[in-house]
Design a protein around this ligand. Structure first.
Ligand code: PLP
Length: 478
């Protein structure tokens, strides 16, 4: 036995503290409904409660957990509360947390197949499972020309897609000489702001991303897209990329993927389909129509970390032709050379993404799929959709309210008929009460409230309570 001085946590200590932390998390879930969903702290309040200097001597885990409870929890907005209806969900679940813990425990960095074969192969395998589970096009399978992988976020996935599109359109010259200012890309005026950010980062520039008009349902108008592409070509631009959204962030609008896809095919443009939130619904055959036309897509993504009960971060990204993605990103410095890579028989996911390093994220997704099974996942998705539709019916049947957009799945966009100020007051009061948390958007230039039923543990009584609270606050509006 070495008597070298060590400050590390021994395996025995880790076991003890690990049990305490898991107990703390389990207790947190059993009392989560007692906390105000939206944190009530003021800016700077949390920092002001923390010591100015780091400790000179190590402290106990007990002391840390005590401070989590006392100092950190007040500054937490409880995304895992079943009364969370804001934005889109960012779900965790027991199996996912355990899979993530194992990933931390193994501490693998899976940039190359060789740096941990299981990290790569489990990811490839689970992403192939999902092709079947969501009935995605066969070209997305790793056994075909494409394949899937896990990105941190939908923003990164669409950026990778845009970069590959840029390279394909310029015969891989942009990587070499930079972007020439003629490339243009397209998405709808309702697309997530991440697509704008992607255009900035990819060197196209914001002006070169055309925001195509939407129809009365907030979905991209294919005719307007076709007209803009033609006008751009005539003006000497080089169209390269279209991003269609299945389930926009504002209102869950569904772009007509098949029509958009045919236009992309005609003009040889890369089609990326962003189904960040809504994609999970394709677990259920009755919702798969939203994916009609996906066979035209060059790439696709959805966030298992939104609605598939897998904690952040876990975006599932697919390409139909992996060669163009790999050619966009691959570089092989001497220090990464290894036999497996050179044999060509393995996937090195560092060639599919922007960072070099990567975590073993497939473990949590694998745990989730194995825990719930396809039927378990389908059950919860169907329940969320059913509850959202029920909420939409309550809105329809109350004269004071109106729906502000179609409700294809689990997001209800609605407003009080009293105008923007009334809606703002209503939302502020509800959120301040701590009973629930919902957020807003602007549709047709009017403030609109959004209620998304998608948190892992939201069941009927929560949605009933949300509606009761909304009605109460509406009754006392000035
Ligand atoms: N795309 C859509 C349609 C979204 O709704 C969102 C987030 O809500 C994003 C992209 C961005 O997701 P991420 O945080 O994974 O980048």
């Amino acid at each position: 036995m070495s008597d070298e001085k060590s400050f590390h946590m021994s395996p025995a200590e880790f076991r003890r503290h690990g049990h305490a932390v898991v107990d703390w998390i389990a207790d947190y879930y059993s009392r989560i409904e007692t906390f105000p969903v939206l944190s009530r702290v003021e800016p700077g309040e949390i920092r002001a409660s923390l010591p100015a200097d780091p400790p000179r001597k190590g402290e106990s885990v007990e002391a840390m957990l005590h401070d989590v409870e006392k100092l950190i929890l007040p500054g937490v907005t409880h995304w895992q509360s079943p009364n969370f209806y804001a934005f889109y969900p960012c779900n965790a679940s027991g199996p996912s947390i355990l899979g993530d813990l194992l990933s931390s425990g193994l501490g693998v960095q899976g940039m190359l197949w060789a740096t941990s074969p299981a990290c790569t192969e489990l990811e490839t395998h689970v992403l192939d499972w999902l092709v079947g589970m969501l009935s995605l096009p066969q070209r997305f399978r790793s056994t075909s020309t494409g394949g899937g992988m896990i990105q941190d976020s939908a923003s990164s996935a669409s950026l990778c897609a845009l970069l590959a599109a840029r390279e394909r359109a310029t015969n891989f010259a942009s990587n070499q000489h930079g972007c020439d200012g003629k490339l243009v890309a397209y998405t709808s005026a309702q697309a997530n702001s991440s697509i704008v950010k992607d255009a900035q980062i990819a060197g196209l520039g914001r002006d070169r991303l055309r925001l195509i008009e939407v129809d009365q349902n907030f979905a991209m108008q294919p005719d307007a897209l076709a007209r803009q592409i033609t006008a751009d070509r005539q003006a000497g631009f080089v169209p390269c990329f279209v991003c269609a959204t299945v389930g926009t962030t504002s209102s869950n609008a569904m772009d007509p993927v098949a029509d958009v896809g045919r236009i992309c095919r005609e003009h040889n443009l890369w089609l990326h389909v962003d189904a960040a939130m809504a994609g999970t619904a394709a677990l259920c055959p009755e919702f798969r129509h939203m994916h009609n036309g996906l066979e035209f897509a060059d790439s696709y993504c959805f966030n298992a970390h939104k609605w598939m009960f897998t904690n952040f971060d876990c975006d599932c990204f697919y390409v139909a032709d992996r060669a163009s993605l790999v050619q966009t990103f691959t570089l092989l410095p001497e220090y990464l050379r290894n036999k497996a890579t050179e044999s060509g028989a393995v996937i090195d996911y560092r060639d599919w993404q922007i960072p070099l390093g990567r975590r073993f994220r497939a473990l949590k997704l694998w745990f989730v799929i194995r825990h719930y099974g396809v039927e378990g996942l389908q059950h919860h998705v169907r329940e969320h959709v059913r509850l959202a539709q029920q909420f939409a019916d309550w809105i329809r049947s109350d004269d004071r309210f109106e729906l502000a957009a179609p409700v294809p799945l689990n997001l209800v966009c609605f407003r009080h008929k009293g105008g923007d100020e009334a809606n703002q007051t209503l939302m502020d009061r509800l959120n301040r009460s701590g009973d629930l948390y919902l957020t807003h958007t602007r549709l047709n230039e009017r403030l609109t409230l959004r209620l998304c039923v998608g948190q892992t543990n939201t069941i009927e009584r929560h949605v009933e309570h949300a509606w009761k609270r909304i009605q109460e606050e509406a009754a006392s509006l000035p």
